[in-house]
Write a protein that binds this ligand. Structure first.
Ligand code: ACM
Length: 546
């Protein structure tokens, strides 16, 4: 029997026995450092299902046990490594720069449940599988769990989502909901795309016009906003409690129009744009590497941003689509920005275009341009405006060399192919809900064409990333969502769910390729928790939702 866990566990066996968890069932921790993950587990099970287990009680600094009047512990969590050597350790690098082992075990017998791992994070991952099993086996307020043994660990160390908070500003509470979604599927990175042409979302006290002027807008007439230092500290801590590292992106040297509205003296002498003919224009302006004021600005920004993301070992410097900039200027900019990041004790990650500069082995390039003009079905889809077409053609031509160049420098890639991991593609699956069918016509960039849930599972990060032949050349994978068409929380959730578990499957599971019917059966079991939590998801007619 296959267990309804996403991502699919590395090894799993089941038997016909069972164990029932009820509101009488207590959780015990055998090591005080596990009290946090155990208490979080009790909270999350209640939010997923309404079932309230008896939380662990910490007696003193060395022992934490169940309350004396509770039944013997139904769920015991402990530090241990039983069976873990039998499964591979993760390839790639973690966003927090550590080598924390996430491998863990979970055993359900007729006597009770045990969850173990070498670190609190590993135990937390095991408890996350248990959360999903409780959701799937809930009957009249109790969870009748099948006896099973899972020994599991991730294929890749870096498993994330890049979230555009610029084109639509997502309030901290909504970003916390996204963190909850990531954590439920063992995704461990939230990459915040904090700056772009339409806005600026992070405080830089030495540059107050960024939050006074540049933060005020978003795309079109949507409201702007930014995260105060205090709000970001809360968000970063909330994510850290769930073993999610928040990585900041400051996109430069292109995508900086909002900077130029706040500080016009940083803008090129002559501002250029391409008119898209629909009321929108694409700017062709970038920060100039030859000007000292550019670097004073970048240093101010890094000095303010780096300390706000203490868990992240990386700063994302963007680097994408610096259209209108000479190649040598782009490379000079990336080289210097990267050096400034390294000088602050952080490592460099950027979109794949940064590979055109001089990367080193600690640097990570995020591969995204999986569209191949040669293979594109000419005549289908919208035709770009005449002035943009040559820029796009040139961009796609140069992009072919990026991933191999980053690898040749000894660096790693994050796989974020537009084809499978850009969640701003329109949904290809129909929804059984007529209101969602209307939303589906509106959501996602027409340029990309629609993708079904099944399409999102039908690829492999190693096989489908150019130049990659072994898992360790990848840091891992990241889905990305851009918010041109996404106006608020419901739109955002409708595009994230149910795609996010599919990204998690690609980043975590060693089982490749993914068997769609079996995956769809596991996916169907996720919906009761989403419903209980009030999350919006596309009710695809391809899945037999519970
Ligand atoms: C990107 O989609 N411009 C990274």
């Amino acid at each position: 029997m296959s267990l309804p866990v996403i991502p699919a566990p590395t090894t799993m066996t089941t038997s016909h026995e069972s164990f029932t968890l009820s509101s009488e069932s207590a959780v015990a921790v055998q090591s005080p450092e596990l009290a946090g993950p155990a208490a979080l587990f009790v909270r999350e099970v209640r939010l997923d299902t309404g079932l309230t287990l008896v939380p662990p009680v910490i007696r003193d600094r060395t022992a934490a046990t169940v309350p004396p009047d509770a039944t013997p512990a139904a769920v015991t969590v402990l530090i241990g490594d039983e069976g873990l050597d039998d499964i591979p350790s993760a390839a790639g690098v973690r966003a927090d720069g550590s080598d924390v082992d996430e491998r863990h075990g979970l055993e359900i017998t007729s006597e009770g449940v045990r969850v173990w791992g070498p670190t609190p994070e590993a135990v937390h991952r095991g408890l996350t599988s248990l959360r999903q099993l409780i959701t799937a086996h809930l009957q009249d307020g109790t969870a009748v769990l099948p006896a099973a043994r899972i020994v599991d660990g991730p294929r890749f160390a870096w498993r994330g989502l890049s979230l555009d908070v610029v084109r639509t500003f997502h309030a901290p509470a909504e970003v916390r909901r996204v963190v909850d979604m990531l954590a439920l599927y063992k995704l461990n990175v939230l990459h915040l795309h904090l700056t772009d042409d339409q806005g600026w979302r992070v405080e830089v006290p030495s540059r107050p016009e960024l939050t006074r002027v540049a933060a005020a807008g978003a795309i079109g007439d949507r409201p702007g906003g930014y995260y105060s230092t205090h709000e970001l500290a809360e968000l970063v801590a909330y994510a850290a409690d769930r073993y999610v590292t928040v990585v900041p992106e400051i996109d430069m040297p292109g995508h900086t129009s909002a900077v130029f509205t706040a500080y016009p003296e940083l803008a090129p002498a002559e501002l250029r744009t391409i008119d898209l003919g629909n009321g929108n224009a694409i700017p062709l302006n970038a920060l100039e590497p030859g000007r000292p004021e550019t670097w004073a600005f970048v240093e101010d920004v890094l000095d303010a941003v780096v300390p706000q993301f203490p868990q992240s070992a990386y700063v994302h410097i963007g680097g994408d689509e610096a259209w209108g900039m000479a190649d040598e200027d782009h490379a000079a900019f990336v080289d210097k920005a990267a050096a400034l990041v390294r000088a602050r004790g952080k490592r460099v990650v950027g979109w794949q275009e940064i590979a055109r500069a001089n990367l080193g082995p600690d640097d990570v390039a995020q591969y995204w341009i999986s569209i191949d003009l040669d293979a594109a079905d000419a005549g289908n889809g919208p035709v770009p405006p005449k002035d943009l077409l040559p820029i796009l053609v040139e961009h796609l031509r140069k992009a072919k060399g990026d991933a191999p160049k980053a690898l040749a420098a000894g660096g790693r890639l994050i796989a974020s192919p537009t084809t499978w991991l850009y969640f701003d593609r329109p949904h290809g699956d129909a929804s059984s809900d007529p209101a969602q069918e209307e939303a589906r016509q509106r959501l996602g960039l027409e340029f990309y064409g629609p993708a079904t849930l099944r399409d999102g599972l039908d690829w492999d990060p190693v096989e489908d990333t150019p130049g990659v032949t072994s898992t360790d050349q990848l840091a891992g994978i990241e889905a990305a969502i851009w918010c041109e068409t996404i106006t608020g929380p419901d739109d955002l959730e409708l595009m994230l769910l149910p795609r996010l578990p599919g990204a998690a499957e690609k980043g975590w599971s060693h089982q490749t390729p993914t068997d769609w019917p079996m995956y769809a059966a596991r996916l169907a079991e996720q919906s009761p928790a989403w419903r209980t939590r009030g999350w919006t998801w596309l009710q695809s007619t391809e899945v037999d939702w519970k």
